[in-house]
Write a protein that binds this ligand. Structure first.
Ligand SMILES: NC(=O)c1ccc[n+]([C@@H]2O[C@H](COP(=O)([O-])OP(=O)(O)OC[C@H]3O[C@@H](n4cnc5c(N)ncnc54)[C@H](O)[C@@H]3O)[C@@H](O)[C@H]2O)c1
Length: 445
């Protein structure tokens, strides 16, 4: 085959994508994979969703959603119309023309990339790979993963990338709960292993959104980590400045809002109780780990990590100080944690600083309860097992607390009511700054 000449498989696949006849297979139906599956369905593709979690597949088959901000009707309608088929049978990967991988990429306890999910998926795909398929990795990972792991695991004498099958990386930029940006209007950065791979992947994504082609999978992989490192570093910067501003008696939120009036050269980031979620606290460390191979220390990532990790400890220090002013010790005090989701108005509590704060409070002898309208029960995670249910907010319950910690500023909270009935509030989100009667009662942390 001459350079730039398209193989028969490539021509066929491009044709199928163009006519919306290509079947899209999505592996991993979590916060990323499920909305993506729904979106491809809405654009007229037949979609098969794959997951190892039988409970999730059963719920989807019943037309139910396990992610609060994804409405049941969106799923029900797709399943009924046959546009979204879901299964735990991975042999059916052969029925898909385009396979998108959205499995987790967490860190191990030693803060190293845990690529076990991706390794399992690579193996499963290799057992079912057939000519004429494109495989696209969407999970966030360090530069080199697509070629070092997937290409290495899929390539055989008979299956040549760019000829018989195609391989690309396109980072997922989903922001759960974001009412403005979603799969339809967030541009997709795409890098292919070969030009043919890039062409097929770009054709697929351009049927759902705008495409930003880049020269390699490694460029696309690093693009995603740059985006998240940028957030991590800037959040660390404002977190550090918050501590200093507090010592100086300056309101950091007032400062940020004033700075944000500059029409160029400044992007506002807001401090909080620490980082959470499956992305910002994790992804930069994928790069740090890979950088070691090049004898390179990613100092910004390290420093930002240190500052962000220290924030829950700062919240505890501020709580101790505030209770002290009320002649109370943290030990034996009744403390209510408001919000365990890592950000407002979503039901995702992965890596949430709320968990860390609850753990530290309990360790210091506080009597801890929590409320989160999005998370009625705290499920057991790899790191925590609190066995707690969300306590309903009532004036009496608030009055009975020695301290109320605002960790997540959910829109559903009635902050005026919280301020009115609480004796002492530690506000990590600036949620109460505009509420009458907050002066003296509220300590910002
Ligand atoms: N959540 C976000 O906001 C977000 C945003 C951008 C990128 N990402 C990235 O997307 C990827 C997925 O994240 P998520 O938040 O959707 O994770 P998630 O945990 O919500 O979903 C992952 C799903 O994959 C399934 N799974 C695990 N192993 C599997 C396997 N071998 N085969 C099939 N399914 C398997 C799990 O059961 C789960 O349903 C990660 O790399 C993450 O960094 C996440």
């Amino acid at each position: 085959m001459r350079k730039n000449e398209k193989s028969m498989e490539q021509v066929d696949l491009l044709n199928k994508i163009d006519k919306r006849e290509a079947v899209v297979g999505i592996i991993g139906l979590g916060y990323v994979g499920l909305p993506l599956a729904i979106h491809f369905g809405q654009k007229g593709f037949n979609v098969i969703g794959f997951d190892v979690d039988v409970r999730k597949i059963d719920m989807l088959l019943r037309g139910e959603s396990y992610i609060k901000h994804i409405k049941m009707e969106q799923i029900d309608e797709k399943v009924k119309n046959g546009l979204l088929d879901v299964t735990v049978d991975f042999k059916r990967l052969r029925d898909a023309d385009c396979i998108l991988i959205c499995v987790p990429t967490p860190l191990t306890d030693k803060m190293e990339p845990d690529l076990s999910y991706l390794q399992n998926t690579t193996k499963t795909i290799s057992e079912n790979l057939r000519p004429g398929q494109i495989i696209i990795l969407e999970s966030t990972t360090y530069p080199g993963t697509t070629e070092e792991m997937l290409l290495h695991g899929l390539e055989t004498e008979d299956m040549k990338v760019g000829q018989n099958y195609f391989l690309a990386f396109s980072p997922e930029r989903e922001d759960p709960g974001n009412g403005k940006y979603n799969a339809a209007n967030i541009p997709k950065v795409v890098g292919g292993v070969t030009t043919g791979c890039l062409e097929v992947a770009s054709a697929l994504y351009s049927s759902i959104t705008q495409v930003v082609p880049v020269s390699s999978t490694r460029v696309a992989e690093l693009t995603k980590i740059l985006e998240n490192t940028f957030r991590s570093v800037n959040i660390a910067l404002v977190n550090e400045l918050k501590i200093l501003a507090n010592k100086m008696g300056i309101d950091i939120f007032e400062v940020i809002n004033a700075a944000a009036t500059k029409p160029f050269g400044y992007t506002p980031f807001y401090p909080g109780p620490g980082l959470g979620g499956h992305c910002i606290p994790i992804d930069p460390f994928y790069l740090s780990w890979k950088a070691r191979e090049y004898d390179f220390a990613t100092r910004f990532i390290q420093l930002a990590g240190e500052i962000n990790v220290s924030m829950p400890y700062y919240v505890i220090e501020r709580t101790i100080e505030a209770l002290n002013q009320h002649e109370k010790s943290l030990k034996g005090s009744k403390v209510l944690v408001l919000g365990v989701a890592y950000k407002k108005d979503i039901d995702d509590e992965r890596e949430s600083p709320g968990y860390k704060i609850m753990k530290l409070l309990l360790k210091k002898g506080a009597i801890v309860s929590y409320n989160d309208p999005w998370i009625p029960v705290l499920k057991e995670t790899r790191k925590h097992n609190f066995q707690k249910k969300s306590t309903p907010i009532t004036p009496e319950m608030l009055q009975g607390m020695d301290a109320v910690l605002i960790i997540t500023d959910h829109s559903a909270y009635d902050y005026a009511e919280i301020v009115q009935h609480s004796k002492l509030i530690i506000d990590t989100r600036n949620a109460t700054s505009k509420i009458d009667g907050a002066d003296g009662k509220v300590h910002f942390a």
